[in-house]
Design a protein around this ligand. Sequence first.
Ligand code: DX5
Ligand code: ZN
Length: 215
Amino acid sequence: MPIIAPSLLSANYLQLQHDCDMLNASQADWYHLDVMDGRFVPNISFGPMLIEFFRKATTKVCDVHLMIEEPEKYAEAFKKAGADILTVHYEACRHLHRNIQQIKALGMQAGVALNPHTPVELLKDILADIDMVLIMSVNPGFGGQSFIPQTLNKIKALRSMINEQGLNVKIEIDGGVTLENAQLIIDAGADVLVAGNTVFKSANPFETIAKLKAL
Ligand code: DX5
Ligand code: ZN
């Protein structure tokens, strides 16, 4: 059974309490929270302040995806805001190992995200130090884009690397996940499915989450 992590980027911000209540009652496992700085990605979303509100609204895991430059400047603020998992982008970290050490020292699980053009092989020497790899299956910055098919090969290659090293590292897929392609993504070796538009723009988000969870 996959871990389901609805992305609140696609929620309705005029009725957040309603959307949180729905998620809390649903089979969603994690809240996926997308932080964008307008520099690493061409969009701006929200920061620690809003995450603090989400932390109070749920007991589910807060899975924070940082699409920001210099994430080391903000790791502590996200810990204080209530993040359980903090994921930084490979492409935003000149000293990735140091970033990972910082996140773990703060008591959070550490994830590394890869843009569509970044090969999974680049993680070979850091894989044993992290809890999760987030493979972007669209270019980061916006919800509602189409899944890039090459992602399936990346998932398979990463799954083999993880197995070869005998590790327990989760693979999270983010971007363009639908009820139609989710099974293929799971079969390729993914553990966690992020879904924004597929959940929140569906007629019945609660049911859509149940359908994803049942795959
Ligand atoms: C995009 C974000 C995603 C986004 C996914 O940069 O990282 O989490 O919300 O949205 P969908 O599922 O609509 O592609
Ligand atoms: Zn995300």
